[in-house]
Design a protein around this ligand. Structure first.
Ligand code: HEM
Ligand code: HEM
Length: 230
């Protein structure tokens, strides 16, 4: 596809932003929010797993899965396997992350699914699952006919980018919502934690932008006809 930039260079920016985002969300939840827990009498620790898994799992692993086609120096079949495995990990971590948000709400006696963030979140995870299953059946096993693959690929790329943009945007909504809760219960509006949360969201948005730029740019030479080769 389109942009005359070497995708490999853009993918380096993607990896650097991935590390930055992962470190920032961990520092926030472990250092500022008290840590992560599967079971605890402090239900906030259960919630903290949610942003960590949604950002590192769905957004960062999902982004690395998308750029893997353009960034890795392997054969087409190997990259296909890496793409589908990384997306499977992203999907599973995303489902566990959402489960932890529900677990926190249920164990704290709070209502479920009252916010725009949670509604879009359900949409994102369902669409991501549908995209993965369709991709697996048509491009991997049992595999569609040549015609079906050819017709499906542009839709797969378009729909994949759409779901991914929605996931990144919904993370930004999640950071906004959580920080607003924290600020109304007393943390400083211009304090270091508030800056960390807002900058983590900005890194997530930049990361998503570079993932899309990489997907839209020129693959390394041997891969120029990758779209027609499916
Ligand atoms: C694409 C990534 C994300 C998805 C798909 C997602 C999805 C969800 C869902 C489905 C819920 C509802 C849980 C319930 O009703 O019991 C929820 C809750 C919540 N999430 Fe996320 N989330 C994502 C990322 C984030 C991030 C990065 C944060 C940052 C802190 C966050 C903060 C929250 C908060 C504060 C709640 C509780 C309040 C509410 O239900 O809106 N989320 N999320
Ligand atoms: C939710 C999961 C998935 C999402 C969001 C997704 C998204 C994408 C995107 C955005 C691209 C374009 C990448 C680029 O040009 O750099 C792509 C390409 C592709 N995906 Fe997926 N994908 C998913 C799952 C799968 C699965 C399970 C398969 C099964 C093998 C698959 C097979 C392919 C193939 C064959 C291409 C074409 C690569 C090329 O010819 O350049 N995808 N996908």
């Amino acid at each position: 596809m389109g942009l005359e930039i070497n995708a490999v260079y853009l993918s380096y920016v993607v990896h650097v932003l991935a590390v930055a985002g992962a470190v920032m969300v961990l520092v926030w939840n472990i250092h500022f929010r008290g840590g992560l827990a599967w079971e605890s009498s402090n239900k906030n620790l259960i919630f903290n797993v949610h942003p960590v898994l949604m950002l590192i799992g769905l957004v960062i692993m999902g982004g690395e899965a998308i750029v893997s086609y353009k960034a890795l120096p392997f054969k087409k079949a190997e990259k296909k396997l890496i793409h589908l495995i990384l997306h499977a990990i992203a999907l599973i971590l995303g489902i566990i992350g959402i489960y932890m948000a529900f677990k926190n709400h249920n164990e704290s006696g709070l209502a479920n699914l009252y916010s725009l963030h949670s509604w879009i979140g359900i949409g994102v995870i369902v669409l991501y699952g549908v995209q993965w299953i369709y991709g697996f059946l048509v491009f991997f096993y049992p595999g569609g006919t040549g015609d079906l693959r050819k017709e499906s690929l542009p839709w797969h790329v378009l729909f994949g980018m759409f779901v991914y943009i929605l996931a990144v945007a919904n993370s930004a909504l999640g950071f906004l919502e959580k920080l607003t809760f924290l600020e109304s219960s007393g943390i400083e509006k211009y304090g270091s934690e508030a800056f960390l949360v807002n900058f983590t969201a900005i890194i997530a948005v930049l990361y998503g932008t570079f993932v899309l730029l990489t997907a839209l740019s020129r693959a390394p030479a041997e891969d120029h006809h990758s779209y027609s080769a499916i």
